[in-house]
Design a protein around this ligand. Structure first.
Ligand SMILES: C[S@@+](CC[C@H](N)C(=O)[O-])C[C@H]1O[C@@H](n2cnc3c(N)ncnc32)[C@H](O)[C@@H]1O
Length: 255
């Protein structure tokens, strides 16, 4: 739906953008080659902003290659970023079987919203849901991807379903050895971002990267407020990556 909100910062809401993406999607569905050829020809359909996101996540990933620990994503949705991280692991450190990739999501969208999250149209209970059983589909995708990589007999990903304000605490209780090298925050909203930041603090090391999809974003003010309350905005440099950074995402490095 174009123009969700008059003040929206969503670059993808412009009419010509929506039309072009829909056209590419339909052309993708009509691709005449078989399933494997379709995978190999994915760049035909890949929008430049998706390629830019891959380049951005690659630049983040390069920073944590020498840092020990897991990659966690908070807000998985359909799993795009998890799949990108999986490919980047294969590219940068195929022998690092300890680089577990863990994704947290309800798969039923926002479980609750706070008044600090503002009034943008997507911000409501159930917003950004993928369907209750999407995690089963995503498991299959990530399992198939394991077969393309090294140490394919080792499960190097985990999907944690449920409200992360509860599931992260339980995960860390079950996995007390956890060090987090990269945490990508993409919940979009205040409360889970704040709670998970607080839970993660004791699991970070010097060099850990915390990245955020929506800092300084008027559509989703809650993410910035969470960082402000947990760390303060002047404690760490909040950085961008020249050349490949999409509009909103940013990151800080624990020192
Ligand atoms: C913007 S989407 C994430 C997009 C994703 N990073 C990608 O690669 O496309 C935000 C996600 O956060 C999830 N979410 C929000 N609050 C949550 C919570 N308290 N616990 C678990 N998931 C939550 C929503 O279900 C939604 O899928």
């Amino acid at each position: 739906m174009p123009h969700l909100d008059a003040q929206s910062m969503d670059i993808r809401a412009a009419d010509r953008f929506v039309t072009a993406e829909e056209q590419l999607g339909e052309l993708h569905d009509a691709f005449p080659g078989g399933p494997r050829e379709r995978l190999h020809q994915l760049p035909l359909f890949l929008p430049p902003h998706v390629l830019r996101r891959i380049a951005f996540l690659d630049a983040l990933y390069r920073q944590i290659v020498p840092v020990h620990g897991a990659i966690m994503e908070f807000g998985v949705r359909f799993g795009r970023d998890l799949a990108i991280f999986d490919s980047l692991r294969m590219l940068h450190e195929p022998l690092n079987y300890g680089r577990k990739i863990v994704g947290f999501d309800t798969f039923t969208g926002f479980p609750s919203v706070d008044e600090k999250d503002g009034e943008y149209g997507l911000v409501h209970v159930g917003g950004l849901h993928t369907g209750d059983d999407y995690d089963a589909y995503l498991e299959q995708v990530l399992e198939a991807r394991e077969q393309l990589g090294t140490y394919e007999h080792l499960r190097k990903f985990e999907i944690v379903k449920g409200d992360a304000t509860e599931t992260l605490a339980a995960y860390l209780e079950r996995n007390q050895h956890t060090i987090v090298a990269l945490a990508y925050f993409d919940f979009d909203i205040y409360q889970p971002t704040k709670d998970c930041l607080e839970l993660l603090r004791g699991h970070l090391t010097k060099g850990s990267v915390l990245a955020f999809d929506e800092l300084n974003c008027p559509d989703f003010p809650g993410e910035t407020l969470a960082v402000k309350e947990v760390f303060g905005l002047d404690r760490y440099a909040i950085r961008r990556i020249p050349g490949v950074n999409p509009g909103m995402p940013s990151y800080l490095v624990i020192d």
